[in-house]
Write a protein that binds this ligand. Structure first.
Ligand SMILES: Cc1cc2nc3c(=O)[nH]c(=O)nc-3n(C[C@H](O)[C@H](O)[C@H](O)COP(=O)(O)OP(=O)(O)OC[C@H]3O[C@@H](n4cnc5c(N)ncnc54)[C@H](O)[C@@H]3O)c2cc1C
Length: 481
C-alpha cells in the first residue's frame, strides 16, 4: 500500500525524502537478512508433545503468535513456504538503498506496532513532503501547489467519509454500531463515489485513492473498509496521512527478526504446507515434500487468499470458504521501484482510476538520478519491463527516463495471491467475526482478519495476539486475564 503518500499502498502524503533514505542506508544489511533456526530434529515424525504448536507462515501474524505461545511455555514450530521470513513485508535493496517491496509505512495511531518498536528499541524514519504534487485535471495531469492539494483533497476526503464517526465510533470494534454498518456494508467505493455526484475532476482526484486501495477498480473495495481506516486514523486527512508516514529503522524485517528471536521457535523455511488435519486430539500438518508435523494445535497464519490452496480436514467452515474464494487481499498489487533520471525535485503524483500508476513517489537520490516507487492500478503492468514502466511514468513526468526497475507482483505470488487486505462489500458484517474464530484445534491469524487495522502490519500483530490466546484456551493452557 502506498504509505508515503495517500495511496495504493496506503500512502502517506509525505514521501521519504532522499535525505531520509540515505540516513537509512546504513541499515540495509541488517534489514535484508533473516535467520534460520536449525531444524527440530525429530519434529517431523514424533507424536506431538503437550507443548507443540504448529504455526503456518512466518509473517507478522505467525511470528507474533509464536512469540506469545513461547512466552506461555508452549513450543512453537513455524513452517514457512518461502526461503525468507516476512511474507507481504519484504525488505530488500535496490541501487544500494534499502527498499520495501511490500509493506513500508506505519504511523503513530497504530499502538501495537509502536509497542513492538519500543520493546525492541527500534526507531523510525519520517520522510519529507514533496515539492511538486501532480494530480489529474480536466487538461490532463498537472502540478498543483501542495497547499492547494491538501486543502482540496482534504475537503473531498471529508465528503467521501462523511458519517464515519457514526459508523465507527470505536474504530477498533468495527461492529460496535452493527445496526448502522449493516445498512452500508454492501456498498462499494464506486457506489459511494457515484452517490456523491462529484464533478469529473473531483471524482478523478478521489478515484486514484479508491481504485488504488482497491487494487484495481473502485467497485472492488468496500466503502466500510476504507471508512474504517479513515476512522482509525482520527477521521481527518492529517491523521490519515500520519498513519502512513514512518519507516522502520532496519526495515520491516528488522522488527520481525527481533520478534522471531524472542519467539525462540523452530523455523523451517522452504516448507509450503499442503494439508492440515485435526483429529480432535492433535493436528497433523503436511508439507509439499511430505513431511508431517504434529501439534496439540495449529495456527494458520497465511493470507486468507491462500486458505483455498491448503486441504483442511475437517473442511473449512463455509464462511471461511467464502472469504478465501472472494479474497480479502486485493486482486492486483504490483509495487515497482525504479531509478529515474531527468527529475530532480521530490514528486508525488496521483493517478486516477484507469491509470497505470495510481501513485508515484520520490524516494531519495542515487547516483545519476533518484529512486521512485509506483503502485500499479489497472491496466496491469509488467513491472519488470523498463520501457513499459517508463511510459507509465511519463504520463506524469514527460521529462523522466527510467534507468532500472525492480518489482513485485503480489497477486501472482503463490504464497500471497493478492496484495494488502481491503475487505470486499459485505465481508465485514457477514464474515469478519466468524473467520476470526478457531475451528477445533486450528486457529487463524492474518492481518486480513484483524478487527482494527485490516491490511496493515498493525492488524497482523493484533491477529497473532488473538490467535495465541485462542490456542492457549483450546490447549488448556491458562490465559492471563
Ligand atoms: C505492496 C504492499 C504494500 C503494503 N504496504 C503496507 C504498509 O505500508 N504498511 C502496512 O502496515 N502494511 C502494508 N501492507 C500490508 C501488510 O504487508 C500486511 O497486512 C501484513 O504483512 C500481513 O501479515 P500476515 O502475517 O498476516 O501475512 P503475510 O505477511 O502474507 O505472511 C503470511 C506468511 O505465510 C506464508 N505462507 C503462505 N502460504 C503458505 C503455505 N502454504 N505454507 C507455509 N507458509 C505459507 C507466506 O510465505 C508468508 O510468509 C502492504 C502489503 C502489500 C502487498
Amino acid at each position: 500500500m502506498n504509505r508515503d503518500k495517500r495511496l495504493p499502498q496506503l500512502p502517506s502524503r509525505r514521501p521519504m525524502s532522499r535525505r531520509t533514505v540515505l540516513k537509512a542506508g546504513g541499515l540495509t544489511a541488517l534489514a535484508a537478512t533473516a535467520t534460520t533456526v536449525p531444524a527440530f530434529a525429530d519434529g517431523t515424525t514424533s507424536e506431538a508433545t503437550t507443548k507443540d504448536v504448529i504455526v503456518i507462515g512466518a509473517g507478522y501474524a505467525g511470528v507474533t503468535a509464536a512469540r506469545e505461545l513461547k512466552a506461555k511455555g508452549l513450543r512453537p514450530v513455524i513452517l514457512e513456504a518461502r526461503d525468507r521470513i516476512g511474507g507481504r513485508t519484504w525488505t530488500s535493496t535496490f541501487q544500494g538503498q534499502p527498499i520495501e517491496l511490500g509493506a513500508q509505512w506505519i504511523g503513530p495511531a497504530q499502538p501495537l506496532v509502536n509497542a513492538e518498536l519500543k520493546r525492541y528499541n527500534i526507531g523510525t524514519l519520517t520522510g519529507t513532503p514533496p515539492t511538486r504534487m501532480i494530480m489529474p485535471s480536466s487538461a490532463g495531469f498537472k502540478a498543483f501547489p501542495p497547499d492547494e492539494v491538501d486543502t482540496r483533497f482534504g475537503a473531498l476526503m471529508d465528503r467521501l467519509f462523511e458519517g464515519a464517526q457514526d459508523l465507527f465510533p470505536k474504530p477498533t470494534d468495527p461492529l460496535y454500531r452493527k445496526d448502522l454498518v449493516s445498512a452500508v456494508d454492501g456498498m462499494s467505493l464506486r457506489d459511494r463515489l457515484n452517490q456523491l455526484r462529484l464533478s469529473a475532476e473531483d471524482e478523478s482526484w478521489l478515484s486514484g485513492t479508491t481504485a488504488g486501495y482497491s487494487g484495481g477498480t473502485s467497485d472492488i473495495g468496500a466503502y466500510t473498509a476504507l471508512a474504517q481506516w479513515w476512522s482509525l486514523a482520527g477521521y481527518n486527512l492529517a491523521g490519515y496521512d500520519a498513519a502512513m508516514s514512518q519507516r522502520l529503522s532496519g526495515g520491516m524485517v528488522g522488527l520481525l527478526q527481533a520478534m522471531l528471536n524472542d519467539a525462540d521457535a523452530v523455523l523451517h523455511l522452504n516448507s509450503p504446507v499442503i494439508s492440515v488435519a485435526d483429529d480432535g486430539t492433535q493436528v497433523r500438518v503436511t508439507t509439499r515434500s511430505g513431511k508431517v508435523y504434529k501439534g496439540r494445535a495449529a495456527v494458520v497464519a497465511v493470507p486468507v487468499n491462500v486458505w483455498k490452496t491448503i486441504s483442511f480436514t475437517p473442511g473449512l467452515p463455509q464462511v471461511h470458504q467464502q472469504a478465501t474464494a472472494q479474497g480479502v487481499g486485493v486482486p492486483h498489487a504490483t509495487k515497482v521501484w525504479m531509478k529515474v533520471s531527468g527529475v530532480s525535485d521530490r514528486v508525488m503524483a496521483q493517478g486516477q482510476e484507469g491509470t497505470t500508476f495510481t501513485t508515484l513517489l520520490s524516494q531519495g537520490s542515487v547516483t545519476g538520478g533518484q529512486l521512485m516507487v509506483g503502485f500499479n492500478g489497472l491496466p496491469a503492468l509488467n513491472g519488470s519491463d523498463r520501457a513499459a514502466v517508463e511510459a507509465a511514468v511519463r504520463v506524469f513526468l514527460p521529462e523522466a527516463s527510467v534507468v532500472e526497475v525492480v518489482a513485485q507482483d503480489w497477486a501472482k505470488d503463490p504464497y500471497a495471491l493478492g496484495g494488502w487486505a481491503l475487505r470486499r462489500p459485505g465481508q465485514l458484517t457477514t464474515q469478519l467475526p466468524a473467520i476470526q474464530q478457531p475451528q477445533g484445534r486450528v486457529a487463524f491469524a492474518s492481518g486480513d482478519i484483524a478487527s482494527g487495522w485490516v491490511g496493515f502490519v498493525e492488524g497482523a500483530i493484533e491477529s497473532g495476539l488473538r490467535a495465541a490466546q485462542q490456542v492457549l484456551r483450546l490447549t488448556g493452557y491458562s490465559v492471563a486475564a
